[in-house]
Design a protein around this ligand. Structure first.
Ligand SMILES: [Fe+2]
Length: 451
């Protein structure tokens, strides 16, 4: 029997589509014949169309980037996924979603209905060996000193999923009453926007980060963020307050994303060389360690004031559980290098010498080094990361109810932004799982190319 004999053609959204049986299984999938270049060899050549056709089960649309964004640099960043119920996906659809995520850094699904168990299943599909919640609150959260403690409430039936948001939420997934607080810069930054300016809608990035415990556990591969109750309100102005005059208009309560790939790509050669040769060493229990300290006005790291908790005052820790991770993480699908550092938790930098034959002119630490001075460590990281959070490189997501965003936690940095009033109730479910492996760093060829 030929495939042509089993097909059903129809027209939708101006494209001709065809329903085809998937291999011999009784599953029907839709694909568009306008997308022939993307089609695989699953079905072979169709005599009827004189060209190749295969399954194209999901549709990807560019992200709605704001006018402030550099459309060239963000061209590959983010895709809205259409034509799939993400609560129930086939293995074939999951493969497409996974590949799209690693290519684009973040995926948006609108009008989603997802139970905590379904969100956990979706998150786990990206790393089937992973199990425990990846932000480390189950460990360091036991001590109330952790800065993550007030931001997370565990869903009782699915403890890998956290309830986050703002205001009081009642009778929610087994939680009779949950008091939620949208974290904002006034409790974390060294300086703050004046109350008068806050009333006018001025705000700041809270804390640029990767979702990760950064101690003992491996950084999660993905995070899923599901907006269930989303208060709407006036846009806010996010001010950098670092002397540059930079600012960005953002939707109320946005989650702001930047690409770690772009953060690396825009660096000058000497900083690329430094980044490709360097690793960061995170502090023990970094969220407890940093708790008494204050952040920079951009939310991109900590001011060096000597306020970090002394090692002897931290919960028990072991040298073998400290995390030493490369600055650049290699994308498993594209092979690109992403600048993935959570600047607040870093204590030391470990630099390898230049490889043989590399140009030493202008090179930083050409013979390698181990930098332990916190001010210098933070200064170098800030110099490398600050260009990557320029207003034009930010995608601020404008949350709508039932939005699900999946982001590649090993390929992007993100931050909470803005401030809600107590009566603006917001409820999100967040899930990420400590990964079954450490992120891969640059290959020998990468070092040779960039060092
Ligand atoms: Fe996060």
């Amino acid at each position: 029997m030929t495939y042509a004999a089993q097909m059903f053609f129809f027209s939708w959204q101006g494209h001709v589509h065809v329903l085809v049986p998937f291999s011999s299984a009784p599953i029907w999938s839709a694909c568009s014949i306008n997308r022939l270049p993307h089609l695989s060899s699953e079905l072979g050549t169709l005599p009827l169309l004189d060209t190749a056709i295969t399954i194209m089960a999901i549709e990807l649309a560019p992200f709605p980037v704001p006018a402030s964004a550099d459309s060239v640099k963000l061209a590959d960043f983010g895709r809205e996924v259409r034509g799939i119920n993400v609560a129930e996906f086939t293995p074939e659809q999951f493969k497409e979603i996974e590949e799209a995520l690693y290519k684009h850094g973040a995926l948006l699904f609108r009008n989603t209905k997802l139970s905590p168990a379904q969100q956990y299943a979706l998150t786990k599909a990206f790393d089937p060996q992973s199990e425990s919640y990846g932000h480390g609150n189950n460990k360091t959260g036991e001590t109330k000193k952790s800065i993550l403690h007030p931001d997370l409430k565990t869903i009782p039936s699915v403890p890998q999923v956290q309830l986050i948001g703002n205001g009081v939420v009642y009778n929610h997934e087994g939680l009779a009453e949950a008091k939620l607080k949208h974290p904002n810069h006034t409790t974390f930054h060294k300086t703050r926007v004046s109350p008068e300016d806050e009333d006018k809608g001025v705000t700041r990035f809270y804390r640029w980060h990767i979702d990760a415990a950064l101690y003992d556990l491996n950084p999660p591969k993905v995070t899923t963020l599901y907006g269930i109750t989303v208060p709407q309100g006036e846009k806010q102005i996010c001010r950098y307050d670092d002397g540059t005059g930079d600012e960005l208009e953002v939707p109320l309560g946005t989650t702001a994303f930047v690409s770690g790939k772009v953060m690396f790509d825009i660096l000058p050669p000497e900083l690329k060389s430094f980044a490709v040769r360097s690793k960061v060493k995170y502090a023990a229990h970094p969220y407890v360690w940093m708790a008494p300290a204050h952040a920079m006005p951009t939310g991109l790291g900590i001011e060096t004031e000597g306020l970090e908790l002394p090692l002897e005052e931290l919960p028990a820790w072991e040298e073998s559980k400290l995390k030493i991770l490369p600055i650049l993480w290699k994308n498993p699908v594209t092979g690109d290098l992403h600048f993935q550092v959570h600047p607040c938790g870093v204590q030391e930098l470990i630099v390898s010498p230049l490889p043989e034959g590399a140009n030493r002119e202008g090179a930083l630490y050409p013979d390698g080094g181990h930098i332990k001075d916190l001010k210098e460590v933070r200064g170098l990281l800030y110099k490398m990361q600050r260009p990557g959070i320029a207003p034009s490189l930010i995608y601020p997501h404008d949350w709508k109810e039932d939005d699900l965003v999946i982001f590649h936690n090993r390929g992007v940095l993100h931050t909470v932004v803005g401030a809600f009033k107590p009566d603006q109730v917001r409820a999100f479910h967040q899930c990420n799982l400590a990964a079954s492996d450490e992120p891969a760093g640059p290959s020998a060829e990468d070092v040779k190319k960039w060092a």
